[in-house]
Design a protein around this ligand. Structure first.
Ligand code: ATP
Ligand code: MG
Length: 472
């Protein structure tokens, strides 16, 4: 009876207004302000919600008393999160905030274009009113940034490729991706330690160089050219780079791209923090058309016999198209990208590709040196310097340069004998010696041939010169 009386005396509008008023007064005196970050905002997933969840996962492991665990798709590690309706305190630049994870069961399904989860989840952020500026100004940015970092660390890298003749997948993407799980790292890479340290420092400078690139007005990208014989670790180096920086890899199959504009589209669909790789760039040359036979065309002079015709199946990629891809205005449509080209024959490359500033760093991957050999012995046999007899080590050092064996060849020998470590080293020495002797023999016979050739040609040349003079 009293309720119905109340309802008649105070109609709904009045009650609502007074409640609102009381609420406002409470708010007025409260020292706190509150922010709701709901999982789904309207129809879109709220990116901030996911970011907060990840961010809290980094601090939750220390202070939280009840945690929820998740493991994402493609991820090899577990992340912690705040459990339902639990809260924790975070401090940022001396500002204290409270995070609460609020979960409310959703009432009977209302009409919606897509099925909504049964619970309504969100984070409630409480901060002092005087800290409002800090929270909105920099704290939330900090949370986003931190979350991205965690995401990159947790998520395995992706390897993208375009090798389907330029067709698009169901979502209109020209790239196909698979989880990238190459185990190569800079630790396992056998090469000169100084060179390795230099490359690693260069990569770090690049990754941390946002402000540098901004102040110098340069596009935030870097190019590396890896050259050297097969089996010297060019592809392994690329994998090590990706694992080191946590970047994805785009393996660009140039032979599957038919026009410069297609190339540009591919570039536009790459994300930042990625390595764009073109392997064996010298081999893509023959497959390109010479239609655009300018000074920038890939073809050597004289090879453009079929100029104008499309005998390569409509392949009209030109070197200038490729350089536009890496250097031109379009190359800046994303940030923080590394271009890596590899080749076995640097001498075959067009000088336009090699001129300074184009590829920032030329890295020569060469035959296995003594320093590199030590790394391989450590990786494959677990041997340090002292584990190998001094004499044996010296003998290895003597032949290694002459043998010109690639790290791939050497690791082959070591793998084969890895159960008997002592035998492995001796067999390696044997293999190195055999190679060294063979190389010596080849070299001396080549020298002999050269001399013979010269001896044969010199009278001819003399005759030629005579003829020229007489005709002139
Ligand atoms: N520098 C190295 N350090 C450690 N392992 C190496 C190195 N070089 C080669 N290997 C081993 O040899 C294999 C082949 O090397 P990789 O594919 O990196 O050579 P590559 O230079 O890319 O050759 P190609 O020019 O034929 O593409 C690798 O799987 C790796 O096990
Ligand atoms: Mg390779």
């Amino acid at each position: 009876f009293s309720q119905s009386l109340l309802q008649t005396v105070f109609p709904a509008e009045v009650r609502f207004a007074s409640l609102k008023f009381i609420h406002r007064i409470c708010n007025w005196f409260s020292a706190y302000c509150y922010y709701d970050i709901t999982e789904i905002d309207g129809v879109n997933t709220n990116e901030l919600y996911n970011a907060v969840q990840l961010y809290l996962s980094s601090s939750a492991s220390i202070t939280g008393n009840r945690l929820s665990l998740t493991r994402g798709l493609n991820s090899s590690s577990i992340t912690f999160g705040l459990s339902n309706n639990d809260s924790l305190i975070d401090t940022f630049n001396g500002v204290k905030v409270l995070w609460e994870h609020v979960v409310i069961p959703r009432q009977a399904q209302t009409f919606s274009w897509r099925p909504l989860p049964e619970e309504k989840r969100g984070f409630l952020l409480r901060a002092k009113k005087k800290d409002k500026a800090v929270v909105l100004g920099s704290y939330l940015d900090f949370v986003m940034e931190k979350a991205n970092e965690i995401r990159r660390k947790n998520q395995d890298r992706l390897l993208y490729t375009n090798s389907r003749g330029g067709s698009l997948d169901s979502r209109g993407h020209p790239w196909e991706s698979v989880p990238f799980k190459h185990p190569s790292t800079f630790d396992t890479l056998a090469m000169d330690p100084h060179k390795k340290a230099e490359i690693m420092a260069d990569l770090l400078d690049f990754a941390n160089g946002e402000s540098f690139y901004q102040t110098t007005g340069r596009a935030w990208k870097r190019g590396y050219l890896l050259y050297g014989p097969p089996g010297t670790g060019k592809s392994s180096m690329i994998a090590a780079m990706a694992n080191f920086l946590g970047y994805d890899i785009y393996d660009l199959e140039l032979t599957e791209v038919h026009t410069n504009s297609e190339l540009r589209k591919l570039l536009m669909k790459t994300s930042s923090k990625s390595i764009i790789v073109i392997e064996d760039i010298d081999c893509s040359i023959n497959l390109t058309n010479r239609k655009n036979n300018s000074t920038h065309s890939f073809s050597p002079p004289g090879a453009g016999a079929g100029a104008g015709s499309n005998e390569d199946g409509g392949n009209t990629i030109t070197l200038s198209g490729l350089l536009n891809f890496t250097d031109g205005l379009w190359s800046c449509c994303g940030t923080e990208r590394i271009f890596v080209f590899t080749t076995n024959h640097i001498e075959k490359l067009d000088p336009a590709l090699l001129r300074s500033g184009r590829m920032d760093m030329h890295i020569h991957m060469s035959y296995c040196s003594f320093a590199a050999l030590k790394i391989l012995l450590k990786n494959y046999l677990g041997y340090d310097d002292d584990d190998v007899e001094k004499q044996l080590l010296e003998q290895l050092e003597q032949v290694i340069e002459k043998a010109e064996m690639t790290p791939a060849d050497i690791s082959e020998v070591l793998i084969k004998n890895r159960r008997n470590k002592n035998k492995a080293v001796w067999e390696l020495l044997e293999a190195l010696r055999t190679r060294a002797e063979r190389n010596d023999a080849v070299k001396s016979s080549a020298d002999d041939e050269e001399q013979e050739k010269r001896a044969l040609e010199s009278p001819k040349e003399a005759k030629c010169d005579e003829e020229k003079e007489s005709s002139g």
